[in-house]
Design a protein around this ligand. Structure first.
Ligand SMILES: Cc1ncc(COP(=O)(O)O)c(C=O)c1O
Length: 381
């Protein structure tokens, strides 16, 4: 019998893709076909993705950040515009707009869903505001009714950053990414479905879709008829073939993530040092991340010290993401007052994302559920 402690033999990663023979065969078939770009796999991937999300258009691109960039450009975002963004998100939600010459206007998040606080957005709107970019953080859909109402009243566009929110449904209805004018998804390896690198833009708007396709492919209308300032943002055929296999499993993957999230919820329910994630409706999150907040004021060490202890015990955890208004990259936009972002800053000091992926075993999850409250209890003030 193996007497070594669990964490000596295991290191539980934050995420691990689920690949099997289908992806290997699909990738090999593309290589054998000799057509590695601009072929039938990408066309089929787009059609299947659009059908799955019940949306008119899906445009595959090389990654989620490029999806943001192309979608914003296709929506007419340009120099001098302002884009309202949450203060806590991945960097490219914001830098995509900045690359087009727009100015980011940060809004604080809520401490409920960790998304843009719709109650604060209206006072950030100016005559220069062009677009709202809500993020569905961790796969939990933002307060889209309130944001759509503000957008309607001020004639703003909405780009949903659904990079993390595959198959999440807003209030049990529309899929994340299909509620605003445009939505984007990412397929990096930590996401519920992956193509290695990859992204998708979805929209019901024919004109925006047409512009996205143009921008993605050098602005070429065909036969070197360059009609728009595009570039090469295409997804390759191997990635698309893998994406189709992943899409076929996506329902199952998301169901497994939800089941694992429920086990964490139950496992941590008795621990008063952990805030478990909030959920609007049963299907409002795909649990791309399972992010808890620690009651750091009642601990004698910082969240980072807890991360280090959990690492020693074989559990990978991480802060996704810090408050952005303080990041050096945004210095050119002038100083930002910390007092405007109490929730993003609270999140930054207390949040912790735990391992969650379809292949996380029961044994691994039991170990995490036992270990984290014990580590925290040992640090109770
Ligand atoms: C919220 C959010 N936006 C944008 C991105 C960027 O996607 P990618 O890494 O595919 O460029 C990611 C993921 O990395 C993300 O989580």
């Amino acid at each position: 019998m193996n007497q070594r402690p669990f964490h000596d033999v295991h290191r539980i990663p934050l995420a691990r893709p689920w690949f099997d023979d289908a992806e290997v065969a699909a990738a090999a078939a593309v290589v054998r076909s000799g057509q590695l770009c601009q072929g039938p796999q990408t066309e089929a991937f787009e059609a299947e993705f659009a059908a799955k999300l019940n949306v008119r258009h899906a445009v595959a691109v090389s990654n989620g950040s490029v999806a943001l960039l192309v979608a914003l450009e296709a929506m007419g975002v340009t120099a001098g515009d302002e884009a309202i963004v949450p203060d806590m998100t991945f960097i490219s939600t914001v830098t995509s707009a900045v690359r087009l010459g727009a100015t980011p206007v940060f809004g604080d998040i809520t401490l409920t869903d960790y998304n843009l606080d719709a109650n604060l957005v209206e006072r950030l709107v100016t005559p220069k505001t062009k677009v709202l970019i809500p993020v569905h953080y961790a796969g939990q859909v933002a307060d889209m009714d309130a944001l759509a109402d503000i957008a309607r009243r001020h004639n703003l566009k909405i780009l949903e950053d659904a990079a993390e929110a595959h198959l999440a449904r807003y209030n049990g209805g529309k899929f994340a990414g299909t509620i605003g004018d445009t939505g984007i998804f990412s397929f990096t390896p930590t996401k519920p479905m992956t193509t290695g690198e990859g992204g998708m833009i979805v929209t019901d708007n024919d004109e925006i879709a047409d512009r996205c396709r143009l921008i993605r492919n050098f602005g070429d209308r065909g036969k070197f008829n360059w009609d728009a300032m595009g570039f090469n943002y295409r997804l390759n055929e191997v990635a698309s073939a893998i994406g189709r296999c992943q899409l076929a499993k996506l329902d199952e993957i998301v169901a497994m993530r939800r089941a694992k999230a429920r086990r964490y919820d139950e496992g941590f329910a008795a621990c008063d040092l952990i805030h478990i994630p909030w959920l609007r409706g049963r299907e409002d999150s795909n649990y791309q991340l399972y992010t808890i907040r620690l009651a750091v004021d009642r601990l004698d060490v910082s969240r980072d010290a807890i991360i280090a202890e959990l690492t020693d015990r074989g559990i990978s955890t991480r802060l996704y993401y810090p408050a952005l208004h303080r990041q050096g990259v945004f210095r050119p936009f002038g100083p930002q007052d910390d007092r405007r972002f109490p929730n993003a800053l609270e999140f930054e000091r207390s949040a912790l994302s735990l391992p969650i992926f379809s292949g996380l075993t029961r044994e691994e999850q039991d170990y995490i559920i036992k270990t984290i409250p014990a580590v925290l209890a040992a640090h109770r003030k």
